[in-house]
Design a protein around this ligand. Structure first.
Ligand code: HEM
Length: 285
């Protein structure tokens, strides 16, 4: 059985901690990632997209994780579309209506968008298997930026802009719950890494990832809801633009993160007890 220095999957290393010395490459170190085909307890072979890479490491072929490229493209497209109006610092370009908001609402929204972008970019890097495997130190550093310079500030600001949002109570409640869950899952993942509980770290960070990227599924649901409900503007919504917008926004807000989180739970549980089997016991000392 091949041996790896550090963890079989570098992403499993604790934030700010000395990596374990030697662990088996059979996955006992845990922390397989989305798209890697699950636990590396499976035999390492060229079949099914796995083959021994340099130094005997299991190298996962690109077709086993076809989500990496599309995810990066979608995230960059979202940021390229979403960021510029807020980076201009011109309130008249805000896509969120500002009328009726308190004075600090706009600066807080801009800060939320900037920290949210940091969270999205760093999260995308963190789940990239190649980076975790080949650059474990970068994984730990980027992880700290994700938590401390992305999710924490963006989530706390999300709580405030969410509670004060202009799209009605359905969206406000959803945003506050999402922000709280985002903070909770991310902090739980961070703490688990520091305590070297890598299976827990993996599970919480996959949930955190799902919530970070739920801002994108939110927009997809919003577009679908608008297409479906627009023709009913005069009937179901009695010609009220406010009723239509609040319904579309509320549906997008709730469906955005609930479906993403359900998908993450399915991913974690797929194959029965696969996730539980991965509980890692990193070598110490
Ligand atoms: C996951 C937790 C998040 C929560 C709870 C949250 C909450 C909010 C809220 C409440 C607003 C104001 C609009 C509204 O009331 O609906 C907003 C706007 C915005 N957020 Fe977030 N957000 C989150 C994550 C992110 C992430 C990761 C990004 C990535 C860049 C992001 C980018 C934006 C942008 C660009 C806007 C401005 C609206 C637009 O122009 O489309 N948010 N967010």
């Amino acid at each position: 059985m091949a041996e790896l220095t550090g963890t079989g999957t570098p992403g499993a290393e604790p934030v700010g901690a000395t990596p374990p010395r030697t662990v088996p490459a059979d996955g006992a170190s845990g922390h397989p990632v989305p798209g890697t085909g699950g636990t590396s307890r499976r035999p390492v072979s060229g079949a099914g997209g796995r083959s021994p890479g340099a130094g005997g490491r299991p190298r996962v072929r690109w077709w086993r994780r076809p989500w990496v490229g599309p995810l990066a493209v979608v995230a960059l497209a979202f940021l390229a579309f979403s960021l510029p109006p807020y980076l201009s610092l011109d309130p008249s370009l805000s896509r969120v209506p500002l009328e009726g908001g308190f004075a600090a609402y706009y600066p807080m929204l801009v800060a939320h968008v900037v920290f949210g972008a940091i969270a999205m970019v760093t999260c995308g890097l963190q789940i990239w298997p190649w980076l975790r495997r080949r650059h474990p130190v970068a994984h730990r550093r980027i992880g700290r930026v994700y938590v401390l310079g992305g999710v924490l500030p963006a989530g706390v600001l999300g709580l405030v802009v969410g509670a004060a949002g202009p799209f009605g109570p359905m969206t406000q409640v959803s945003s506050v719950i999402l922000a709280a869950l985002w903070l909770a899952c991310t902090v739980a993942g961070f703490r688990a890494a520091r305590r070297r509980r890598f299976a827990d770290h993996r599970r919480w960070m996959i949930r955190s990832f799902a919530l970070t990227f739920s801002i994108i599924t939110n927009r997809v649901w919003g577009a679908i809801a608008m297409i479906v409900l627009m023709p009913q503007a005069e009937t179901v919504f009695g010609g009220s633009d406010i009723a239509l917008i609040q319904t579309v926004s509320g549906l997008a807000a709730w469906l955005g993160w609930t479906t993403s989180l359900l998908l993450a739970e399915w991913w974690l549980e797929r194959g029965g007890a696969a996730g539980r089997r991965r509980a890692p016991v990193p070598a110490r000392g």
